[in-house]
Ligand binder design. Structure first.
Ligand code: P6P
Length: 331
């Protein structure tokens, strides 16, 4: 297979689907790939370099103690996206309010929302973590006075790109621009993401379900019945349970192997725990582009109109077969 970098691949995709493309989007994505290479280098050395393991003495907007790598990852994304010249607004899981890039507030064509290091509480025990991003378009704002919420709170079907980097046994970038899903593996020897998964398609059915079963007793009844059915073998399929507790890792496995990932409403998170804008929406865009399904148990994730930057949602995502059965049982 011809080794192709993500930049080459993106240029070809842009030429094929958007011949008039200015190259601005490719330039934006290169900011994300650069930031994630820096994050990867620090995640990989976390145990041995300057004190990046462990928690800071600060909390983020979620009230979660910030891991030191969270802070580093957020700075990297802010710095290398903010200097692209075409990103007007950035919204991060780590920051209460979106950041306006003043220099690009008028002409900037893009908004990027991201979780710079999802699952970071797993870092100290060497479990895979990830960076998740979602790119939205925005109209120029000649007056510079537009309410930034107008540009940030867009439904997921308006995303122009989405992806994640999973810092696992290898570092992989998976992204879509609406014409399929592609995977690139970081070659540390040359510091480049090389195409390793041409056009990822999620299997129509799988053999694994993924949820935090410690919350089982507080799941709504339909979810309990659904999981009971998967476990019983009455569907004609035998399932294993796999749960890492890191969304990017749990979804990456579901994307490649099929099956279903669930974070239903629970007693402690009645509206679900995962965030709509920078977790559920990019994951849902990727899932649908790979032939899968993503809902909040009642409606398509990508159709939800956001009302707050950090709003939460239940998330059910996976193969057609498992998701069609789920929708019949939880509604
Ligand atoms: P729980 C990690 O903290 C995270 O935001 C997601 O990456 C992951 O899917 C979820 O929370 C795990 O939550 O309640 O099972 O620990």
């Amino acid at each position: 297979m011809l080794l192709q970098t993500v930049q080459q691949h993106l240029q070809e995709e842009q030429r094929r689907h958007y011949p008039q493309a200015s190259g601005e989007f490719s330039w934006l994505l290169s900011g994300i790939t650069l930031a994630t290479k820096i994050i990867a280098a620090n995640v990989r050395r976390a145990g041995i370099t300057a004190d990046v393991l462990g928690a800071t003495d600060t909390e983020n907007v979620q009230g979660e103690v910030q891991q030191k790598l969270d802070v580093l990852a957020n700075h990297a994304m802010m710095k290398f996206l903010g200097n692209r010249g075409n990103v007007a607004i950035m919204a991060s899981e780590e920051d209460e309010t979106p950041v306006v890039v003043e220099r690009d507030r008028i002409h900037g064509k893009y908004v990027v929302v991201f979780d710079p290091l999802d699952g970071s509480s797993n870092i100290d025990v060497n479990v895979s973590v990830g960076t998740i991003f979602s790119v939205l378009r925005r109209e120029p704002d000649p007056t510079g006075q537009r309410d930034i919420a107008t540009d940030v709170l867009q439904p997921g079907y308006k995303q122009v790109a989405a992806g994640y980097v999973v810092y696992g046994s290898s570092t992989m970038l998976v992204y879509t621009t609406g014409n399929g899903v592609f995977g690139f593996t970081l070659d540390p020897a040359i510091g480049a993401y090389l195409l390793s998964h041409e056009r990822i398609v999620m299997p129509d059915a799988g053999k694994q379900y993924s949820c935090n079963e410690a919350n089982f007793d507080s799941f709504p009844e339909g979810y309990k019945k659904y999981l009971g059915l998967l476990r019983s073998g009455e569907t004609g399929r035998t399932y294993s349970s796999r749960y890492i507790g890191s969304l990017v890792a749990d979804f990456h496995r579901t994307l490649l192997k099929g099956g279903v990932f669930l974070y239903p409403p629970t007693k402690s998170h009645a509206s679900g725990k995962l965030r709509l804008l920078y977790e559920a929406n990019p994951i849902a865009f990727l899932a649908e582009q790979a032939g899968g399904v993503a809902t909040n148990g009642k409606q398509r994730i990508l159709d939800i109109q956001p009302t707050e930057v950090h709003q939460r949602t239940p998330l059910c995502v996976g193969s057609k077969e498992e998701m069609n059965l789920l929708m019949k049982m939880v509604n």
